[in-house]
Design a protein around this ligand. Structure first.
Ligand SMILES: Cc1cc2nc3c(=O)[nH]c(=O)nc-3n(C[C@H](O)[C@H](O)[C@H](O)COP(=O)(O)OP(=O)(O)OC[C@H]3O[C@@H](n4cnc5c(N)ncnc54)[C@H](O)[C@@H]3O)c2cc1C
Length: 389
């Protein structure tokens, strides 16, 4: 097990850090620290294009599609530097981290040619159309229907909690194409253009006052038959393959961002005297230890992944970081005290309050904590499967 990055990787790190610093101290200084996903979209598209021009947009992809064929370790290093530079949250992240790898693994050469360049250069923003009002943890209960009518699929149904839905150009949607089927059979994975008359997007307001996700209604929307990924009725395989990419390099690198947040909390505690409170000191030390554990676990998963070995400990990672981050949000509130209860004049919240409110979602998206525990029980510990109806 390696607990540090090799020297060549540190050279790569320096190159990435240098590029990011040049951009974020220069032409993109106004975007530094912007973590909201739906603000200043035109400027953010320009940022995506600059990443593409520097070949930093999708470094893990093949060079033929704008990538660098980067190893997982290089991808983690870049994601770490991205977080350390306080670069803006990427509006292209769903396309780069989910759609792209899925098309590379399951798409046809024609789909790869048509879709990958626009993801790489930031001209196409993607969203994920999985969840529905009665299909979240139980994703196989998807009811959105699609059937072939003439030359195209016609789609009827509703998705919910669709992050980036308001600004997305394209959506990958899990739809029931074998009408009357149930469970994971009879589903297909369709690429749906969001800019068409049969698609209605209704933003959902979060407790931060912002709306970063939406309800999406398909009412007579269409998708090309050539835009189905995988075989008809075999979309579950593609949908599950995509979820495997969800815990990729950026997840392993996010401790860099967490470190910045913890440092802000420590600075606040020092400024308001809470750093002398023994309970707060214990909690700060515990947060620091948790972050170190996450770091070493990430490195352990990374070296196991490089060796091609399965990583049962990888199953615990989401549960661990999400709970740690929620606790960090609460610690921020403990430190800020009454000051943490007031928002900004424009209705928004300062960064630490915003982090606290957003952290409540960490234990829900990408698999709730209860579902993570089921996964650990069944896949890592080999316990009997949960009874399913
Ligand atoms: C910030 C955010 C962004 C999101 N973005 C997207 C997106 O872009 N695209 C998308 O498709 N979805 C998205 N989601 C939706 C997310 O995937 C679902 O919220 C999640 O899968 C849980 O589903 P649910 O909300 O329907 O809750 P439910 O599945 O109804 O769960 C309710 C409660 O029951 C528990 N539960 C359910 N089943 C079991 C079980 N078998 N064993 C034990 N406990 C169980 C859950 O853990 C939970 O506590 C997002 C969610 C959030 C919070």
């Amino acid at each position: 097990m390696k607990l540090a990055f090799a020297r060549e990787l540190e050279q790569f790190r320096a190159e990435a850090a240098n590029w990011l610093e040049t951009q974020l101290a220069g032409p993109f200084a106004h975007l530094r620290g912007l973590h909201n996903h739906v603000a200043r979209i035109p400027e953010r598209r320009v940022w995506e294009q600059a990443l593409a021009a520097g070949r930093w947009s999708c470094i893990g992809w093949p060079a033929a599609f704008g990538g660098r064929d980067a190893s997982l370790a290089e991808q983690v290093v870049f994601a770490e530097e991205y977080a350390r530079a306080n670069a803006p949250a990427r509006i292209g992240h769903i396309g780069v981290e989910l759609t792209g790898p899925t098309l590379l693994a399951y798409g046809t050469p024609d789909q790869q040619q048509r879709f990958l360049p626009a993801i790489a250069n930031g001209t196409a923003i993607w969203c994920q159309g999985y969840s529905e009002p009665n299909a979240g943890s139980d994703l196989a209960n998807v009811r959105t229907k699609a059937w072939i009518e003439g030359e195209k699929y016609r789609i009827e149904g509703q998705k919910i909690w669709t992050s980036m839905g308001m600004i997305a150009d394209w959506c990958f949607a899990v739809c029931r194409t074998t009408l009357g089927s149930a469970g994971p059979k009879g589903l297909s994975f369709l690429l749906v253009n969001m800019r068409q008359p049969g698609v209605t997007v209704r933003p959902i307001k979060q407790m931060t006052g912002e709306a970063e996700f939406a309800e999406v209604f398909f009412d007579g929307a269409v998708a090309e038959i050539a835009d189905r990924v995988g075989e008809e009725g075999d979309g579950w395989k593609v949908a599950m393959g995509l979820l495997g990419f969800e815990r990729g390099a950026s997840t392993l690198a996010q401790q860099m961002h967490f470190r910045t947040e913890l440092d802000q909390i420590i600075a606040a505690a020092q400024a308001n005297g809470k750093a002398r409170d023994p309970v707060i000191r214990q909690k700060l030390a515990q947060a620091h230890i948790g972050l170190k554990i996450m770091r070493y676990n990430a490195l352990r998963m990374l070296s196991a992944a490089e060796g091609g070995a399965p990583t049962p400990e990888g199953y615990t990672y989401k549960l661990y970081w999400s709970q740690w981050h929620r606790d960090l949000g609460e610690l921020a509130m403990d430190v800020l005290g009454q000051g943490g209860e007031t928002g900004l004049a424009d209705g928004g919240f300062p960064p630490l309050q915003n982090m606290y409110l957003m952290s409540r979602a960490d234990t829900i998206y990408a698999g709730t904590n209860q579902i993570q525990r089921n996964i650990i029980a069944e896949r890592a510990l080999g316990l009997p499967r949960e009874p399913r109806g």
